[in-house]
Each structure stands twice: as C-alpha cells, then as structure tokens.
Design a binder for this molecule. Structure first.
Ligand code: PMP
Length: 423
C-alpha cells in the first residue's frame, strides 16, 4: 500500500505525481513502485519488493545500480568539490577521454539530453546560417519546442505542434520525415535542401520502441547533407556507449558532423554533451557567435561519475559488449520461442542490450506507423504482470528495455519463464 499512498499524495504536489510523464504508469492498473534502493541488476521499492530492472533509469545504468567505482568517484569528489562553476581538471580529464576514444575533436558538457540536442541544433543553425531542421516521426530528441512537432497528414505537408505551447514559428521550421524512408528524404532535400541547417536522427531509435535505421537510410542522409551543405547530427543520447563503445557511429561506420550524448555519459547523474568537428564547435561562445551556457555544466561530481562510468566501459570494452550481446541474444531467442509456442504474434527488435517486444501483427517494425500498430492493451497487461512478478519494465510499449552488465543468465531465464506464465 505504501506505493499507492506515495503516488496518491505525490499527485497533490507534482503534476501527475511525477517529474517526467512516462513514470506515471498511464493506462496501467498498478501504482508505480516507489523505488528506494538499487543494487546491480535489481531495484527495490518502499514495500521491500525486489525487481530485476530492465528500465535502467531509461538508459544510464549500463553498469548496473550503484556500481562501486561510480559510487566511490561520487563520494570522493563530493568531499572536496560539489560545485564551483569554474575550470576543473575533472572536466578536462573527461573531455579528453571522450574525444580521444570516440574520435570527436571537441565536446561541450550540458545537463541533459534535451540541452545537448537543442544546443547542437542551434550550433548547426549558427554554422550554416539556415533555419530549417529535419527530424523523423517516432524519434525523440527531448522537449525543446522545435522537436515537439508532429507530421501533418500526407507526405511533406506542414507539420503540427506536438504540444500545447509550441509557437507556430518553431513548427514551420521543423520538417518531419518518415524513419527509414529513403525515397522521402530525397524529396525533402529536393524541395528544401538549401534551407536545411541539419538533419537530426536517432541512428538506432529507442523512443518508438527500438527501431534500428537501415544502413541505406543513414547513408542517403549522409550523402544529401554533403550535397546540400547541411549538417548531420546523430542523437546518441541512448545509443552512445550502449550499442557499442562509439555508439551507432561505430556500428554503421557513418560519421555525422555532430553527435549528442546523455544518459550513460553522466553515470546516472544529470549530464548531456554535444561534440564534433573542431571547425564547427569553435563557433560556440565564448570563442564564437553561437551562445550556449550553463551554471551546472561540467559539475565536478557529475564529471567524476561520468568519467568513472565511461572509463570502466572503455577499459573493458571488448568483453563488455560481447557479454551484453550474448545475454541479449539469449533473451531474444528465449522470448521468440515462448511467443511462438503460445501463438502470440510479436516483433522483437534488439540491438545489443536494448530491445523492445512489440505486440504487433506486422512481420517487422521499421518506422513509427508500424510501431503504432502495436496493441497497447496487450502491452499494458504484459507490463503489469511482469512488474507484479518482479521484472521492472517500461509501462509504455514505445520505449526500449535495457540490460546491464550486472544482469546474468539467471535474470534473463526468469524473465523468459515469467513471460511464459503470463500468456
Ligand atoms: N535524445 C534521445 C534519443 C533520448 O532518448 C532522450 C531522452 N529519453 C533525449 C534526447 C532527451 O534527454 P533528457 O531526457 O535527458 O533531456
């Protein structure tokens, strides 16, 4: 009952009882567990119930909860440096690590994924002197006005605001394309190419559920950006350090001008970053004319947590990603077998340690339209039952689920067995 009580009371003080909408368990018949502790692959709620965690704080917790090195880095740093708003060696150490090991020239740290993508778009606009941006249906890049735009009806018609409060001026400068539609992105560039500052894309989408881009789709965008002098931004807020150390850039071997990071880069604390080519990054203030700032940006405790996380992954990168892939494969195989035996039609999209089970009659899910054809009622029932059985999964069909390095065969086998019992 404590979960219920906390959620109920939270609603009096915070809109919807939450500080970010998906946490509200909309459409589910159970209250969101009020979490009090995380350890390794597990989280615990205030009632003492234990869950194997497949949400992973929506992506950051790839080392599992309360990794000892990350906790130590936070504790040690907090003892001497909580905030200065000044130059520190901790920032330099982390910037160097990311630039040297991922092959970007320069980086700027911010406080969230939204800030990273929003600032990268401003930088692209400042660099190109153009206003229009292209994004794709089903990709989420944070809650900046220019991203909260939905496709209008019909191909390439005017978009519509995706939230109340988004000015028409933002809507008119955001062109919405269909994910994985090679033909359409060509048409968009033929029509608007000279006005397009940048294309921003999740190279492996995680926000309509997991939907990987087709290689030819990203290749075409790369080619078009080159031809028209537009910048390509890979939003790797989820995929950076998740699908491979260098993220989707490594998997597709396609280089954007700018890349955005978040989630894992903060080791569980609020952090984002954007980076890329020196020539472009060098027009940021204070060196150049594109303004962007942050009181908390590069905060010492966060830099220490992020460094401890990314360094640990880097030092173990070969076996780290091999392990996550083999565990992911085991989970995928087991789930496919169960759903087949039960005669339930699903599409399981997975890249390494991120996956989504779409309750969907299509043979594949390659774009938002197909993702949306999923049966959310079945998903909600599934989520409810999985949570009751001690597997903490997203209450929404349109999210990625994550494995961490602390997950083992044991958790994965239990997950599969619980799915078997539910249907
Ligand atoms: N980009 C992507 C790909 C994301 O998944 C998210 C958040 N889920 C964001 C940007 C925004 O990040 P934040 O919530 O930290 O603002």
């Amino acid at each position: 009952m404590q979960n219920q009580k906390i959620y109920h009371e939270s609603k009096k003080y915070m809109p919807g009882g939450v500080n970010s909408p998906v946490r509200a368990f909309t459409g589910l018949n159970i209250a969101p567990p009020a979490l009090v502790r995380g350890e390794g692959a597990y989280v615990y709620d205030i009632e003492g119930k234990r869950y194997a965690d497949y949400v992973g704080a929506w992506g950051p917790m790839i080392l599992g909860h309360c990794d000892e090195d990350v906790v130590k880095a936070i504790e040690d740093t907090a003892n001497s440096s909580i905030a200065f708003g000044a130059v520190t060696e901790l920032e330099l150490r982390f910037a160097k690590l990311i630039c040297d090991t991922t092959g970007i020239d320069m980086i700027r740290f911010v406080n969230s994924g939204t800030e990273a993508t929003m600032s990268a778009v401003r930088l692209a606009r400042g660099y190109t002197g153009r206003d229009k941006i292209v994004k794709f249906s089903g990709c989420y890049h944070g809650h900046y006005d220019g991203f909260l735009v939905l496709a209008g009806s019909g191909i390439m018609t005017q978009g519509i605001a995706g939230s109340a409060g988004v000015p028409e001026d933002h809507v008119k400068n955001t062109i919405i394309g269909e994910y994985n539609n090679v033909e359409q992105i060509r048409h968009i560039f033929e029509k608007f190419g000279e006005q397009i500052a940048c294309v921003i894309v999740e190279p492996i989408a995680g926000n309509m559920g997991v939907v990987p881009a087709k290689r030819e789709f990203l290749m075409e965008i790369r080619k078009l950006c080159d031809a028209y002098g537009s910048l390509l931004i890979f939003d790797e807020v989820i995929t950076g350090f998740r699908v491979a150390y260098r993220g989707a850039r490594e998997i597709y071997e396609i280089e954007p001008e700018l890349v955005t990071y978040g989630k894992i880069i903060g080791g569980g604390l609020p952090c984002g970053a954007y980076g890329g080519k020196r020539e472009i990054m060098s027009i940021l203030s204070p060196v150049g004319p594109v303004y962007q700032a942050g009181t908390m940006s590069g905060n010492p405790v966060i830099m220490a947590a992020g460094y401890a996380t990314v360094k640990k992954i880097y030092d173990n990168r070969d076996k780290f990603y091999t392990y996550l892939e083999s565990l992911g494969q085991k989970l995928e195989d087991g789930l496919k077998k169960v759903f087949f035996e039960k005669g339930i039609k699903v599409v399981i999209n997975r890249v390494g340690s991120m996956f989504t089970i779409f309750f969907n009659d299509n043979d594949k899910v390659e774009n938002y339209e197909q993702a949306k054809a999923s049966n959310v009622n079945i998903y909600r029932h599934f989520a409810e039952q999985m949570i009751l059985k001690g597997n903490y999964i997203s209450p929404s069909q349109f999210e990625a689920l994550f494995l961490s390095i602390k997950h083992t065969d044991y958790e994965v086998e239990k997950f599969i067995e619980d799915v078997y019992q539910i249907f």
